[in-house]
Design a protein around this ligand. Structure first.
Ligand SMILES: *[C@@H]1O[C@H](CO)[C@@H](O)[C@H](O)[C@H]1NC(C)=O
Ligand SMILES: *[C@@H]1O[C@H](CO)[C@@H](O)[C@H](O)[C@H]1NC(C)=O
Ligand SMILES: *[C@@H]1O[C@H](CO)[C@@H](O)[C@H](O)[C@H]1NC(C)=O
Length: 602
């Protein structure tokens, strides 16, 4: 999850269920493990090569599956440790006209940004930023930090914090690299200051691009704030070259006062347009089928306000693999038996457990005694203790670790401009009136996270101030299996992208989200011009990036069952699962939508 962020919030769910186990025991053990935060194994390295070599490699993402479930291969993986090494890697590959893709330590992007094309897998190269992980400079006077692109958000927050400095807005999940999160436009939540996107805090960026023989085949380009080339390189999807270093503008550390307040969702459409102007770190967590929303009332307070709060978000903690397996089995059984009621009971249990645990917030680092929770920004802005290592993944791990039977999901993530967000929210509410239990399926993943995003100079950044919706939902291990309320989830996805003109999160989503997306960016021509001048041969481009950038057809893959995985919008029943009772039909309230509907008469 370039969990915006970017990784959004995954939460372990508890469940009532067809599974014959003592739920009290599961619940207690889950709470026990969540609260007494057990150490886990670090997430797997996403690159695997032929034993003890760097050759004949495969790469995946942290979920172990791309939207089309492709297996991505490369002839070689290289792990440069300095900018000089990186230059020589790019130069050698450019001289040999080998294709390159940039990989990171954790690989949280869902789409195939790290994949070489099938035809290039025999020759192509993965350049990993895993060891480009040094903090190079912290400038107290000018309040900035210079890091290599493989530095993680966790490292940056920690090292800057030691110097009394902070990045004001950032994704909530630690396990992202700076190169990866800026490259996909990851963000926090705010309409204030210079806004919530990390890429808008870049003062300088150094990027290594291919070059012709007169430059010895590679070139470091040093881009300063204000340059149009930087506006291309801020959010680059990795197609311009390899970012080697980034200098970010920081601020002096400050304190925040956080209150998470539960309300009913009757005024959410209206509030969504105004709440972000009222509170600096505002966001919402919405449970549409429960008609509830958690409003984050979150602002700066004076440094002498008492409190030493800590955020260790429950959904990003290590979880016993045994518990994960039971939870997943329960969900699979509910899906298999169309147990909507069971999903809604599980949903309530999950959200009430989270609420009881204050989502992982404590007032003093140990216990939660009530809101407001007051503490230093760098202790509350992000978390991810499941990244810590000690034990074996078969014991405890991140809830979505694909090495064990755990959470497996799709993520549909988009931003809608503030001027249209009310209409979208009200349309989702109309769907809930027609099908009250449908969106219980989201609450197992902690509902819909809604974060404020801001207009950016980045050519592939947000075009307007808006609200970003992170929607996480069940994905079957079997690509041909429809999900419970398939039709409603698809209708929400199509409403967002096609009725409300939403922009996709570049590091998340299924293929459907990217259909026509590039036409929503007014400066795409400028982006493509820079791409052409930095990488004339397209050595960093692939079929997928070309499709997303509107340079190639084939974003939609039409085949049996394609709509179930978001590889297409159905136009015939065969794109759904007619043998299982799912047929292609118009949406319930958005008649232009085409969704896979389960016909009860069938
Ligand atoms: C990689 O695969 C190729 C072709 O299958 C093979 O010839 C080569 O020996 C392999 N290299 C390593 C290091 O395993
Ligand atoms: C801070 O910025 C100014 C102006 O850009 C520069 O002259 C100065 O050297 C910088 N300070 C440090 C410590 O780098
Ligand atoms: C970049 O330049 C713009 C325009 O001059 C300015 O508003 C912004 O604060 C600068 N950003 C950084 C990170 O220095």
């Amino acid at each position: 999850m370039y969990f915006s962020n970017s990784l959004s919030i995954q939460v372990v769910h508890l469940s009532h269920s067809p599974v014959m186990v003592d739920l009290k025991i599961i619940k207690l053990s889950l709470i026990f493990f969540l609260i007494f935060s057990v150490k886990s194994s670090p997430p797997e390295d996403p690159i695997k090569c032929s034993h003890n070599t760097n050759f004949n490699c495969t790469i995946t993402n942290s979920y172990g599956a791309f939207p089309d479930r492709a297996i991505c291969k490369a002839s070689e993986a290289i792990f440069p440790t300095t900018e000089e090494e990186l230059i020589s890697v790019v130069a050698n590959a450019a001289r040999e006209k080998r294709k390159m893709k940039i990989a990171t330590r954790f690989s949280h992007s869902i789409p195939k940004l790290v994949c070489l094309d099938n035809d290039d897998q025999d020759q192509g190269l993965l350049i990993s930023t895993k060891y480009l992980n040094k903090i190079l400079r912290i400038d107290q006077e000018n309040m900035s930090i210079t890091v290599e692109s493989g530095v993680t958000l966790r490292q940056l927050i920690s090292e800057a914090g030691k110097a009394g400095l902070v990045l004001p807005y950032a994704p909530y999940w630690w396990g992202l690299t700076i190169g990866g999160l800026i490259g996909t436009g990851a963000h926090g939540s705010s309409l204030w200051g210079m806004g919530s996107s990390v890429h808008d805090y870049i003062m300088q960026l150094r990027i290594v691009t291919p070059a012709d023989v007169s430059y010895n085949y590679a070139k470091v380009r040093i881009l300063e704030n204000g340059s149009s080339e930087l506006n291309a390189a801020r959010v680059s999807l990795g197609v311009l070259g390899v970012v080697s270093q980034v200098t970010l503008k920081l601020e002096r550390v400050f304190k925040r006062s956080i209150t998470l307040s539960e309300r009913d969702d009757s005024n959410l459409g209206e509030d969504a347009t105004t709440f972000g102007r009222q509170h600096e770190f505002a966001d919402f967590t919405w449970y549409p089928s429960q008609r509830k929303v958690i409003y984050r009332i979150d602002d700066r307070v004076s440094p002498n306000t008492r409190g030493n709060a800590l955020n260790d978000f429950l959904g990003f903690r290590s979880t016993p693999s045994l518990v994960l397996a039971i939870l997943r089995t329960t969900e699979e059984n509910q899906e298999l038996t169309n147990d909507a009621g069971g999903k809604c009971s599980s949903a309530k249990l999950t959200t009430s457990t989270l609420k009881l645990g204050a989502y992982g917030l404590t007032n003093n680092g140990f216990t939660f005694t009530g809101y407001p929770v007051v503490g230093l920004h760098n202790r509350v802005q992000a978390s991810g203790t499941c990244l810590d290592s000690l034990e074996d993944a078969t014991i405890t791990t991140c809830p979505w670790d694909h090495r064990v039977k755990g959470l497996f999901f799709h993520q549909t993530t988009f931003s809608i401009s503030l001027s249209k967000v009310k209409g979208f929210i009200e349309d989702v509410q109309k769907l809930v009136v027609l099908e009250p239990k449908a969106l219980c399926v989201l609450d197992l993943y902690n509902g819909i996270l809604m974060r404020y995003v801001t207009t950016s100079n980045a050519y592939l950044g947000k075009q307007e101030d808006g609200l970003d919706f992170d929607i996480t939902y069940y994905r079957s291990k079997d690509a041909m299996s429809p999900r419970l309320f398939e039709d409603i989830l698809e209708e929400v996805e199509q409403l967002a992208f096609f009725k409300y003109g939403a922009l996709p999160h570049w590091g998340k989503n299924r293929n459907v989200a990217f259909i026509g997306a590039i036409t929503k960016y007014k400066n795409v021509d400028k982006f493509l011009k820079v791409k052409q001048s930095y990488d004339q041969l397209g050595l960093f481009s692939s079929e997928w990036t070309n499709q997303v950038l509107g340079l190639k057809e084939g974003l939609t893959i039409l085949k049996e069952g394609c709509a179930l995985e978001g590889l297409c919008i159905c136009s015939e029943d065969i794109h759904c699962a007619p043998k299982k009772g799912y047929f292609c039909r118009p949406g319930r309230i958005y008649k232009d939508a085409r969704v896979c509907t389960r016909l009860s008469s069938w």
